[in-house]
Design a protein around this ligand. Structure first.
Ligand code: UD1
Ligand code: UDP
Length: 362
């Protein structure tokens, strides 16, 4: 029996750990599973709703860390997680993605001699001003097993000196959740369409500090959204970080065609992605999901750690300059949709490949 401890903390972690817990749950004689929530995200629509929609079990342990500076949050997760590891002594701790919970838990384990597996390893933006890039680089250096979503991940890891036998190209586990829940998401569409009277529309998400914590950059983006909304409705579920930064006065946000709403649950958001004419985002997961769905996506960033979404998917990078965002958006809205290829092993079966690796090497 292998004792596996899964870590979740922030919104994008739930879609990655969900499929693995389901798959390991098929072998109750092989895997004993423990779920730890760090509490990095805690609003009901940033956390609880995903437990319900993705059928995740209630966390066995919640560290309830909450928000703070990077050092405060990372250090507090470590302080609260260490006794949990000492008490439960898992054989493996599984950390997804690139958030502060990822590096904090990986670092605790590496010092206690507990093996770490990193889901979504090897992605690189080559931009060390991004907090996530630091989390990715460090987690990959100390992880014992590295599961990559695309072959560029393997190349990055090999170049950084990671032993080849630790690296396993398994595909994109977030797409496992998408494949499983797309039919349920589609069933939400008639209600959403009616609610907001939707036909052709642009879907927006924003939360990168480089975009939303910088008032000049945020102003450029908002003014582009106001312009675009004169021609197409814009629907914008606002991340809590961003909600605090948007000055509600003087920006014309009260416009009927620019809809600022609370963050959505996974099923409603996926339904809106699936029917959007264009998505504007700075999210990692949304770049991948739109590529898989074949929906045009403009990423409001100078770089991406997910180059495959540009090479094979529907994604394009755009500088955060109002006129450029408007021009590129209208161009894409008025052109034929592109024929995206589904990247290799983005097939809904990544969790089963990971479980095979654990059966052999674990
Ligand atoms: C975090 C991750 C980012 C990921 C994103 C997914 C890090 C460094 N960043 O960014 O990589 O893309 O999650 O959404 O780990 N807040 C609330 N309610 C919540 C959570 C946050 O109000 O449930 C507010 C707090 O004011 C907090 C701020 O949002 O200070 C930022 O939260 P934090 O978890 O630090 O970073 P994110 O921007 O959410
Ligand atoms: N998502 C959601 N509701 C929203 C916005 C996004 O459920 O209002 C989902 C989205 O479909 C994807 C994940 O959240 O599965 C992406 O998370 P996020 O953008 O917060 O983080 P990132 O991927 O940038 O780390």
């Amino acid at each position: 029996m292998m004792k596996i401890m899964h870590i979740v903390g922030a919104r994008p972690n739930f879609m990655k750990i969900g499929p693995l817990m389901r798959e390991m749950g098929l072998y109750p004689d092989k895997f004993e599973q423990i779920l730890v929530h760090t509490g990095q995200h805690y609003d009901s629509n940033m956390s609880q709703i995903f437990f319900e929609e993705l059928d995740l079990p209630k966390p066995d342990i919640n560290l309830e860390v909450g928000s703070g500076t990077h050092a405060w949050q990372t250090a507090n997760i470590m302080l609260r997680f260490e006794p949990v590891v000492l008490e439960h002594r898992p054989d493996w701790v599984i950390v997804p993605g690139d958030v502060n919970s990822t590096i904090a838990c990986a670092l605790v384990c590496s010092k206690l001699g507990v093996k770490v597996a990193h889901l979504e390893a090897g992605l690189r933006s080559f931009d060390r001003t991004m907090p996530e890039e630091i989390n990715r680089l460090l987690t990959d250096q100390i992880a014992d097993l590295l599961f990559t979503p695309s072959r560029d991940g393997d190349e990055n890891l090999l170049r950084e000196g990671v032993a080849p036998e630790r690296i396993h190209f398994v595909g994109n586990i977030m797409i496992d959740t998408l494949v499983r829940l797309l039919p349920l998401a589609k069933a939400q569409w008639p209600r959403l369409k009616k609610l907001w009277n939707l036909n052709r529309y642009v879907l927006v998400t924003l939360h990168r500090p480089s975009n939303v914590d910088n008032p000049a950059a945020l102003q450029e983006i908002i003014s582009a959204l106001v312009d675009i909304s004169r021609e197409f409705p814009v629907i914008f579920p606002v991340h809590p970080r961003t909600r605090q930064k948007i000055p509600t006065s003087n920006l014309g946000l009260e416009q009927e065609n620019l809809l600022l709403i609370e963050p959505l649950g996974y099923l409603d958001f996926l339904a809106l992605e699936h029917h959007a004419s264009l998505v504007l985002t700075d999210s990692g997961g949304v770049q991948e999901e739109t590529s898989y769905l074949g929906i045009p996506c403009l990423t409001l960033r100078p770089n991406t750690e997910r180059p495959i979404t540009i090479q094979q998917g529907t994604n394009r990078l755009v500088v955060c300059q109002s006129a450029t965002i408007v021009k590129e958006s209208l161009e894409r809205l008025n052109s034929m949709p592109n024929n995206a290829i589904k990247p290799e092993l983005w097939d809904g079966k990544t969790a089963s490949r990971i479980v095979e690796v654990f059966q052999v090497y674990g």
